[in-house]
Design a protein around this ligand. Structure first.
Ligand code: ADP
Length: 178
């Protein structure tokens, strides 16, 4: 599914984010930035050991913030590492922190002159955020950002499994209809 926000495109795809050829891919990292399971492990495996070397120099990352590295063996030239909220730990703060992940990642992309960026579904794996709640927050935050920043030309959500893809599709249809 694809929609236009002025001249920018917002796309939903089902697949593996490590294979994307966007200027940057976003990693759903943990605060150490030293690797982990899920999409984080997959990105480090695909990028090679130099990614971890660069991550060691960054001094970690706060929940809701984002930091950029090179992409090494990935097709994407950059990885933007963001730390999503652990759903059950953050309570009422979770939604704001999740939105901040998407906004800060886009800000970092824009500061570095990047035009296309691929996101996974942040926090909806090991961090336990229900995807039906996370999807509308993710999409609305990106749409609001693209309205104000046309220099980002493409945002692609790369959803790993059918269930997650369908939750995002459902949420995007609902947002588009309003
Ligand atoms: P978090 O700790 O932020 O919850 P996870 O990596 O556990 O991060 O899960 C986030 C989402 O990323 C989940 O929907 C998971 O299925 C998905 N995912 C796992 N591997 C990949 C991949 N290679 N490409 C895209 N998404 C992936």
């Amino acid at each position: 599914m694809q929609i236009k926000i002025n001249k920018s495109s917002l796309e939903l795809a089902q697949g593996d984010i490590t294979q994307q050829d966007t200027d940057a891919i976003v990693n759903a990292a943990n605060p150490t930035l030293l690797g982990g399971g899920g999409v984080d492990g997959a990105i480090h495996r695909a990028a090679g050991p130099q990614l971890l070397e660069e991550c060691r120099t960054l001094g970690g990352c706060n929940t809701g913030d984002a930091k950029i590295t090179r992409g090494y063996r990935l097709k994407a030239k950059h990885v933007i590492h963001t730390v999503g909220p652990v759903y059950h730990r953050e309570g009422a703060r979770a939604a704001g922190l999740l939105a901040s992940c998407y906004r800060r990642s886009l800000e970092v992309a824009r500061e570095n002159g990047l035009k296309s960026i691929a996101f996974p579904s942040i926090s909806t794996g090991a961090y336990g955020y229900p995807v039906q709640e996370a999807a509308p927050i993710a999409l609305q935050t990106v749409i609001d950002y693209l309205k104000d920043h046309p220099e980002i030309e493409l945002v692609r959500f790369v959803l790993f499994d059918r269930h997650t893809y369908e939750a995002y599709e459902e949420a995007l249809k609902r947002i588009s209809a309003t």
